[in-house]
Design a protein around this ligand. Structure first.
Ligand code: ADP
Length: 403
């Protein structure tokens, strides 16, 4: 089954074409990125597996034009991987929010689409772009099955005491304000892969998954199910991120709004775009730049790294309590898979929990599945690489096959 995976952002669009023979037997045929959609100069970066990147700059007025551009490239003589669009069997979309409607991925029908639209209010920055992608595909390929894979659905197993905020209950009833959590596809995927890697029975396991990228979240996974996660009603909650604040006293937000005369939109901009690694360090939102500055002796860069690592460590402690112990701690995402200093700041001093952290392995391991703990460590710590597009393709295949 040949599947186009689409991840539509507000002004960009990422895609992959996977030939899925089975869940574990697949080939990535091509992938790429359309950027600056709606701007005066857009760009398309297209890579056929085994070939060099092909980059073209041209205006891409909207998502429909971006998807048309991708479909044209996929079937072009020079850069194509498909003889015709008829070879495409299905399209899988990353969709930001499934609210309380979706605890798993879903075939897109008029009914599911209406619910996705209803959830737009909960993810106003992402969901409208996801919907534009779904509708653009429909107009270009009217009969192709489309599947929505939600960032939130894995976390729908959280118990109510983990997802309720301690605010008047009527706000949950009226507006559905509660913890939803995000990065669900990644947490689900790496927890299962980690269990396999360590020879654990996923149905009888306690795993803490740390997905650390530009956005970061940590999840407590019990017996393969999410029971708590650090992102909340929005992706702002939790650990320090590239430009998002993570946890902050709601009282401090109100204080700042008053002092700086910021309305909700301006405050949201501070919390989402100006905070996190960038906000503290004043250097960059990119973990590599913070590392480079720390290597040069920058005090604020070192402190920024410690804030991030300490925040992660506190979640590990909290989730070990929630899980009544932990079998495995997993690092994934660009930072989790690569940043030795972040992992060390998070994992040093967890001996009380049974972690025997392997400092040497931590310095050596980048972007591959491998242990960061010593063989005798009671609690395993490991890097497990994520692949969100693969999960989208797997779910899409399963749903289309079962139709
Ligand atoms: P996204 O959340 O956008 O998918 P990624 O998972 O790709 O992002 O993670 C991006 C982050 O990973 C950036 O902060 C980047 O600095 C960090 N990162 C990537 N490679 C390294 C590395 N070798 N060392 C430290 N950090 C890295």
């Amino acid at each position: 089954m040949i599947i186009l995976v689409l991840n539509c952002g507000s002004s960009s669009l990422k895609y992959q074409v996977l030939d899925m023979k089975s869940n574990d037997n697949y080939t990535l045929k091509a992938k790429g990125l359309v950027e600056r959609i709606g701007g005066p100069v857009g760009s398309v970066t297209h890579t056929v597996t085994g070939s060099d990147k092909y980059i073209v700059e041209k205006p891409v007025p909207d998502h429909a034009a971006g998807i048309k551009e991708v479909l044209d490239l996929l079937t072009s003589n020079e850069h194509g991987v498909l003889a015709s669009l008829g070879e495409l069997d299905a399209v899988g979309h990353r969709v930001a929010h499934g609210g309380e409607y979706f605890s798993e991925s879903a075939l897109i029908t008029p009914q599911t689409e209406a619910k996705i639209e209803e959830c737009s209010e909960l993810a106003p920055l992402h969901q409208p772009a996801n919907l534009l992608g779904i509708r653009a595909v429909r107009s270009l390929l009217p009969s192709i099955p489309q599947v929505a894979v939600f960032d939130t659905s894995f976390h729908q197993t959280m118990p109510q005491w983990a997802y309720l905020y301690s605010i008047p209950y009527e706000y949950y009833e009226k507006y559905k304000v509660r913890r939803y959590g995000f990065h669900g596809t990644s947490h689900k995927f790496v927890a299962a892969k980690a269990a396999k890697f360590a020879g654990l029975d996923i149905n009888n396991s306690r795993i803490i998954t740390c997905h650390l990228g530009n956005g970061s979240s940590i999840t407590a996974v019990k017996d393969g199910k999410s029971i708590d996660t650090s992102m909340g009603f929005t992706p702002v909650e939790g650990v320090t991120m590239g430009t998002r604040s993570g946890n902050i006293d709601a009282g401090a937000v109100l204080f700042l709004q008053e002092k700086e005369g910021l309305d909700a939109a301006a405050m949201s901009n501070v919390l989402n775009k100006k905070s996190g690694l960038l906000g503290i360090s004043g250097i960059s939102s990119d973990c590599r730049d913070i590392q480079a500055a720390a290597d040069q002796g920058s005090e604020i860069a070192l402190t920024t790294q410690k804030v991030l690592g300490y925040g992660i460590k506190k979640y590990i402690g909290a989730y070990a309590a929630a899980l009544n112990g932990v079998d495995m701690i997993v690092f994934t995402g660009g930072i989790g898979e690569n940043s030795s200093s972040t992992r060390a700041n998070a994992c040093r001093g967890l001996e009380y929990l049974g972690v025997d952290f392997d400092e040497e392995a931590n310095l050596r391991i980048h972007g591959v599945d491998a242990y960061l703990s010593k063989p005798e460590s009671k609690v395993k710590v490991a890097v497990i690489t994520t692949d969100e597009e693969l999960v989208i393709a797997q779910d899409t295949m399963a749903i289309v096959n079962s139709k």
